[in-house]
Design a protein around this ligand. Sequence first.
Ligand SMILES: [Fe+2]
Ligand SMILES: [Fe+2]
Length: 437
Amino acid sequence: MSEIVSALSRALDLTEGQPFGHAARSCVVGMRVAHAVGLEGQDLSDLFYALLLKDAGCTANAAATYNLFRYDDREAKRRLKTVNWSHTASSVRYAASIAAAGQPLPARLAQLLYLARKGTRAAQPMFALRCERGADIIRLLGFPETVAQAVYALDEHFDGAGYPKGLRGQDIPILSRIASLAQTFEVLAVAHGTARAVQMVRRRAGSWFDPALVTALCSFAQDERLLGEIGADPGSDLLAALEPQDHAVYADDAQLDRIAEAFAQVIDAKSPFTYQHSTGVAKVALGIAATLGLPADRVRDVRRAALLHDIGKLGVPNTILDKPDKLTDEEFAVIRRHPAYTVEILGRVDALRGIVEIAGSHHERLDGRGYHRGIALGEQDVAVRLLPVADVYDALTSDRPYRRALPQEQALDIMRRQVGGAFCPDCFAAFEQFLGA
Ligand SMILES: [Fe+2]
Ligand SMILES: [Fe+2]
């Protein structure tokens, strides 16, 4: 389980605008703090997964972040992690620096006025969305309630000025207190070096953080070599060694299906326009695979690949995903990178080896004019050739920022013209048969 979750945590890093490995590094730091304060057994196991999955709710407020600031949600979230946002002057400076940044002056002023009217009331629901959704995803994954509660209270502060409930001191679960300290320290250390980060978290002892935990962190974090030892992107071996062995969690086939379903929800929550896209594509892809008579284990691969195919989209800002106008060439180039991210993330999971090619090729075409590699789908396995059909059908029959959903017949007309160019004729025939049935 640790191998799968640490690989998928990289998708959460992407959404938070953090470099790959942020959650994994926070996990290493947090586990060291836990050992320093004598945490044991099940608590250690729960903390381990809470740290890796702390950002599971990150997509729930991505579109809202974009709407609030009219600015790249990933960059807004990245910057927020380095700001002392419970300090009024710092949070005002933060909001002013990103409100409609890069747009003409009148648009910036309008956005600033809008933010000023909203004031601090805007923050609570944004944090609450993220916390609630994060806890829900942890429950869907089948982890104990303590892990869900740890993620729910991640943004609480020791002095009661955090979110979503304003819990204070020991009322905040110990796992949340450790995770909050570990993630902030990781971000500050990457931005400013270990020594500065130690100073900065010391200054927030008693306000943001539990002072006893800050003391524990400082007992080993003074050393500048700490981050170098952890590495930029800790591999699954390093992380597996941190998981308490007598409480190690193992994933069977049913569990893998549940993980794919839960992450499909994380992916679909990123934009209101992809709401239910992954689950919709999975339904159609499953129908095509079954109609073609693929063996049961391959049908299972197809379904998991369909649920996870757009996981790389978590790296695309909502300024692009939700843009109502035509995309520029540069913006389209960003979109075209998402299947490569999908491959990068899923390729790290041994248990998902069978789905990487299927998921990573969903924008490829029969004639080789697709992306991201431009391979000719004709030479690929039938499981690979069928996913583009399901993906395009769901996209055409759903609302997009620039057009309404098309009726089924109109979508089919458009797609029929692409058979042989974009789509595999056998897969398309099976698709029409499935729809007819
Ligand atoms: Fe896609
Ligand atoms: Fe898609």
